[in-house]
Every structure is written in structure tokens, then in C-alpha cells.
Ligand binder design. Structure first.
Ligand code: 3PG
Length: 409
């Protein structure tokens, strides 16, 4: 496939020193331990393919000030387990110690540098050319022959480690990055897809709905989860006090107006639930939307909606799912989420994105029957909405520069 960015096939790596930006950002439990290392696991093929090179990895974990903002020491152990060879963790990013560890690597060595967000300039959003002038890029770039970006999950960020090396080093996409771009490009081009949006982030889902319908990326959007409540309210249903309170407490009331505008403009393309499942003192009970309002929390889509949506999804040529259909942590209210995902296995081409949905896919053991399970959360949402992705754009610009220089790689 012709690509407008370089991939690993465009380089030879034997004996080269490679700076690899990976996506290892993982959920961290109360005990401070990684609870799901899917992203680390998915990064392994790229690192395996670099077995004759000297590889130093840059990655992030959490955001400053948050509980999951930790060192990458345990990430190195997880990676080592999957790679079956030593991964040396260095507790700094570009200190003298880090640079001398990089300079003394032998082919086959792998070093994981410290959480790149410990560096205060990392998260400033700037252009690649501006980022290329930072201390980190100036200190690290001279030590490397090639920069590979495999961190699809952070590709919606124009952060230093994501775009700053591309103007100064021959740069390309790692295997995971290329795989994500291929699958999500297929989902967003060559004919519209059925989108199934859910989850608690009502603002994101309303924005995606508008964007994919305006751009013709989606033929229909089936709404579930909290976003369905905003659309039901926009369609004139009184969803009841506890459900309005959720929207109000999370500052989503304005989304009802946005949803109303979408319903007006794209009548018939947004498919609303015909019934909901309410949590009646711990018990699941279906309620036809004509029976609204309810004094109980809407916690899932109802059985008639499950049947209707499963039918649409299962018969679709292309389906994209992002976000659970209900409160999926509670077994009573994950029926909708599980049914949507199982139906997606019958579609000709299916993509699942977002942390909770991908977790549900793993738990159901159906990952091999979904065409692509994305490692991206916000990145997958942005890509699927047709937004430009700064880190991918930076790789494209880097390919242009390499061709102009006709530099041997
Ligand atoms: C993610 O988990 O979505 C990525 O690692 C990006 O993290 P961020 O939203 O903190 O930039």
C-alpha cells in the first residue's frame, strides 16, 4: 500500500541507533500497579522487528498531578516479559547518565527512558519545527540515526516527543502506528460506516456524531450510553430528574442543544433507543421511551433497542463502536454493551475504540473476530471524526523532507 509517511520497510535498522516513541500509558490500580498492559503488548512487534538495532524508547504515563503519573520502572518489566530479553530502565530522559547509556548500547539492546512527561516542556502543544528547538530534542537527537513513532494513542497531541524529532531525524511510523492508521483509514473512507457511540463523555460523542455525519463518514449513528440521554432529551423526551442531573452535574446541558441541532439537520440518521433499562433499586427493568420520564437512573439500552441495534450492526458492511452502551462495570447493565460488540463480529468490517469498549472486547474473548481493536482512546475518537492528527502529519512532512534530501537510509 502506498503511504504518505515512511514505515519500517523504508529503513534498514541493522546496527542503527533508533529512538522509538511508544504508547505505554496504562491504567494504574489503587496499589500503583498496571492493571492492563495491552498497549505494551501491542508495541512488541515493532520492538521485535528492531532486534538488530540499538533501541531507546520514550513513552509517557499519566498526566502531571494525576494519581497515575508514575515512573516507567514497572513498564520496563512488563515489556521485558513479552520481549524475552533485557529491557534496561533508566530513570531519567536526557541526563548525562541517560545519554551515556544510549551511547554505550550494543545491537539488540533495549533501553526504556523515564516517563517523558517528567520533562516540563513535553506537553506544550507546538509545531514540529518549534518542538525541534527544545532542550530534549537538542540533547537526544544527535545520538540517533532514526526516529520511529509507534505511539498512535498519543498521536492527537503535538507534544515534544511526538513531533519534535521529525524535523531533525529520518522518521517513520512503527508497526502499531501503521496498523492503526490503515484500519482507521478503512473505517473512515471508501463508503460510510454505521457508528455506534456510547460512554459517559457526552460532549465527545455529540461532537463525533456531528462530524461524521457532516463529513459523510457515517451513514447512521446509533446512540447509546449517556449520550443517548442527551439525544432523547433533544428529541423532546423528559428523561427524568436523575438523568438530567447527570447531564447538569457534568456540564453537559449545552449538549442537548447541540444534539437538537444535529437531529434537525440529519433527521433519520441518528438512531435513538426505543427503550432503556433503568436501575430500579438494583434490578434491571426495561422502560419504553414513551413511558418516560423515570425517577430511576437509565443504566443501559433496553431489550427492544438491543435487538434493533444488533440487527443494524450485524448487517453492516462497516461498523465503528466507541464507548459502552450502559454502566458496564455492573453485570446487570452491561448486556447492551456486550450485545453491540457481539453483533459487530457479524459485520463485514468492524473497528472498536475507547478504553472501556476495548476492555469489554478482551473480557468477551472476541478480539480475534473484530477487524481492529484500537489502542487509541482520544486519538481514535479524533481520527474517526476526521480531525487532522499532529503526529501523523509530522510523519508525512518528514517523508517529504527525506524525499527532497534523497538521503540514504
Ligand atoms: C491516552 O491514553 O489517550 C493517551 O496516552 C493520551 O493521553 P493524554 O490524553 O493524557 O494526552
Amino acid at each position: 500500500m502506498a503511504r504518505d509517511y515512511c514505515t519500517m520497510d523504508d529503513f534498514t535498522f541493522k546496527g542503527k541507533t533508533v529512538l522509538l516513541r511508544s504508547e505505554f500509558n496504562a491504567p494504574i490500580g489503587k496499589d500503583g500497579k498496571i492493571t492492563d498492559d495491552k498497549r505494551i503488548r501491542e508495541s512488541v512487534p515493532t520492538i521485535e522487528a528492531l532486534k538488530d538495532a540499538k533501541v531507546a524508547i520514550l513513552a509517557h504515563q499519566g498526566r502531571p498531578g494525576k494519581k497515575d503519573f508514575t515512573t516507567l520502572e514497572q513498564h520496563a518489566k512488563h515489556l521485558q516479559k513479552y520481549l524475552n530479553r533485557e529491557v534496561r530502565y533508566v530513570d531519567s530522559i536526557f541526563s548525562t547518565e541517560a545519554r551515556s547509556a544510549i551511547a554505550s548500547m550494543k545491537p539488540g539492546d533495549v533501553i526504556l527512558l523515564e516517563n517523558v512527561r517528567f520533562y516540563s516542556e513535553e506537553q506544550l502543544e507546538k509545531t514540529p519545527e518549534e518542538q525541534a528547538k527544545t532542550i530534549m530534542v537538542k540533547k537526544l537527537a544527535p545520538l540517533f540515526d532514526v526516529f520511529l513513532n509507534d505511539a498512535f494513542g498519543a498521536s492527537h497531541r503535538s507534544h515534544d516527543s511526538m513531533v519534535g524529532f521529525t524535523p531533525v531525524l529520518p522518521s517513520g511510523a512503527g508497526k502499531l502506528m501503521a496498523k492503526e492508521i490503515d484500519a482507521l483509514t478503512e473505517a473512515t473512507t471508501g463508503g460510510p460506516a454505521v457508528y455506534v457511540l456510547g460512554g459517559a463523555k457526552v460532549d465527545d460523542s455529540v461532537e463525533v456524531t456531528k462530524s461524521v455525519l457532516e463529513k459523510g463518514i457515517a451513514s447512521r449513528v446509533l446512540v447509546t450510553g449517556a449520550v443517548a440521554n442527551a439525544f432523547l432529551a433533544a428529541a423532546g423526551y423528559d428523561i427524568g430528574r436523575p438523568n438530567m442531573e447527570y447531564l447538569e452535574n457534568n456540564k453537559y446541558l449545552g449538549e442537548i442543544d447541540n444534539a437538537e441541532g444535529i437531529l434537525r439537520k440529519f433527521s433519520g440518521k441518528v438512531v435513538l433507543p426505543v427503550d432503556v433499562a433503568i436501575n430500579k433499586d438494583g434490578r434491571r427493568e426495561d422502560l419504553d421511551v414513551k413511558g418516560l420520564p423515570t425517577g430511576y437512573v437509565i443504566s443501559d439500552i433496553g431489550s427492544a433497542t438491543i435487538a434493533k441495534f444488533s440487527d443494524i450492526i450485524g448487517n453492516a458492511d462497516k461498523v465503528v463502536l466507541n464507548g459502552p452502551a450502559g454502566i458496564f462495570e455492573n453485570p446487570e447493565f452491561r448486556i447492551g454493551t456486550d450485545a453491540m460488540l457481539k453483533a459487530a463480529t457479524r459485520a463485514k468490517f468492524s473497528v472498536v475504540g475507547g478504553g472501556h469498549s476495548t476492555e469489554a472486547v478482551e473480557q468477551l474473548g472476541i478480539a480475534d473476530r473484530i477487524s481492529h481493536v484500537s489502542t487509541g482512546g482520544g486519538a481514535a475518537i479524533d481520527f474517526l471524526s476526521g480531525k487532522p492528527m499532529p503526529a501523523i502529519e509530522a510523519l508525512k512532512a518528514a517523508k517529504g523532507r527525506i524525499s527532497r534530501m534523497a538521503r540514504p537510509m
